[in-house]
Design a protein around this ligand. Structure first.
Ligand code: GTP
Ligand code: MN
Ligand code: MN
Length: 366
């Protein structure tokens, strides 16, 4: 038994963007439980609950040692009554009864399976469940009309639910670099998302493309996509203009060159290396890839915005708004007090504007 005096107390900042969160997690028993409840809330469109559990999980991820006693958590931010109850349950019983019953529930299982289809969100899955569809077999025989993304998602279900490795991400990076070089010399490709944060696997691969000369990037995405398509690298692609996706961010959306920001959701056909061929006879696998084109003037904001983690990004924007009276997006930073945009050419500058210590990508795994 450890006495009160011996128990290590933690001092942790309340915003995830003020903390350094690496991939080594000393409390995965607790963060797994909280993350599952966050996921379940999100799958049920309970966004507020989802964020509360995400914040609690992120706080536990940032702790430097393993928690063994509830008394160590005294005074810590981000831990609501519900999260504390879950943590207590895990510390005392090894598991959380709420997590266990959620995992067993027919609804949670069905939501997981159905939203595991690329192109299917929580709302669609909920509608299908209400119509008695709980799995892929039932969906296939239901006569439901699927859109192009969902058809592709169903077709490549197993591949797309198999984690992407860093080696596969690098192989795709080489293909994307080649495509970009071929259509516009001097273009740059940056790996973003989880792999930039040092993760060893991911659910997709994220790339950001730009050109050092402002304006040269206009029209780049369709050319890159055409190059990839003509060489058989794409199983699916949908290119969208990003213009209004972030309109709720208000002034952080510069009006003039917003229409240059394009995004392509795709499914790559990646030829397997010799080592991976054995299990099945298929010599290729499907991999989700996100491509984004940004003008160089917005590149630092885009890199910061697309590196994640999702919670880290959310917290950065919350910090900017609540603590600095600024609006941050993947396009720009607007200072509401000075009523002007703050220009930046590096992530370091953006953290400095925000009055935050610079956190490198590998420490943004909140
Ligand atoms: P895995 O892919 O699961 O390994 O994790 P990840 O962190 O790479 O997640 P994901 O690919 O979903 O997202 C990467 C980053 O892109 C995150 O920081 C997201 O917030 C960001 N992101 C995803 N979708 C959008 C979007 O529509 N607009 C903007 N601006 N950012 C997005
Ligand atoms: Mn990703
Ligand atoms: Mn992505």
């Amino acid at each position: 038994q450890i006495s009160e005096a011996e128990v290590a107390l933690f001092s942790v900042s309340s915003y995830a963007c003020q903390r350094r969160t690496t991939l080594d997690n000393h409390n995965s028993n607790l963060t797994d439980a909280l993350s599952l409840l966050a996921e379940n809330a999100e799958l049920n469109n309970e966004d507020g609950r989802g964020v509360a559990f995400r914040r609690a999980a992120a706080l536990m991820k940032a702790l430097p040692t393993q928690v063994i006693s509830m008394s160590q958590l005294r005074g810590l931010p981000c831990l609501g009554e519900h999260s504390l109850r879950v943590i207590k349950d895990v510390l005392e019983n090894g598991v959380s009864s709420e997590v266990e019953s959620t995992k067993q529930s027919k609804r949670y299982k069905a939501l997981k399976i159905l939203t595991g289809i690329f192109g299917v969100g929580a709302k669609t899955a909920d509608r299908w469940i209400r119509e008695g569809i709980y799995n892929l077999e039932q969906l296939r025989h239901s006569g439901q009309t699927l859109n192009r993304a969902q058809k592709s998602g169903l077709e490549h279900y197993d591949d797309l639910n198999e984690p992407v490795t860093k080696a596969e991400a690098d192989a795709i990076g080489e293909i994307v670099q080649k495509a970009v070089d071929s259509v516009l010399t001097g273009s740059q490709v940056a790996l973003t998302g989880g792999f930039r944060r040092g993760k060893l696997t991911g659910h997709d691969v994220d790339f950001l493309i730009t050109h050092p000369e402002e304006g040269k990037e206009v029209g780049l995405m369709p050319k890159v996509v055409a190059w990839l398509e003509s060489r058989g690298f794409l199983l699916y692609q949908k290119t969208t203009r990003n213009s209004y996706l972030e309109s709720k961010d208000g002034p952080a959306r510069p009006a003039s060159n917003m229409d240059r920001f394009e995004r392509c959701f795709s499914i790559f056909k990646l030829t397997k290396g010799k080592e991976q061929e054995t299990a099945s006879h298929k010599i290729w696998r499907a991999v989700r890839v996100d491509l984004v084109v940004s003008p160089i003037s917005q590149f630092a904001f885009a890199v910061l915005g697309w590196t994640g983690s999702k919670l880290f990004e959310r917290e950065l924007r919350r910090w900017a708004g609540h603590e600095k009276n600024m609006s941050l997006s993947s396009h720009a930073l607007f200072d509401n007090t000075q009523n002007k945009y703050l220009r930046a050419t590096s992530e370091e500058e953006i953290f400095a504007y925000l009055g935050l210590e610079y956190i490198p990508p590998s420490e943004r795994n909140a």
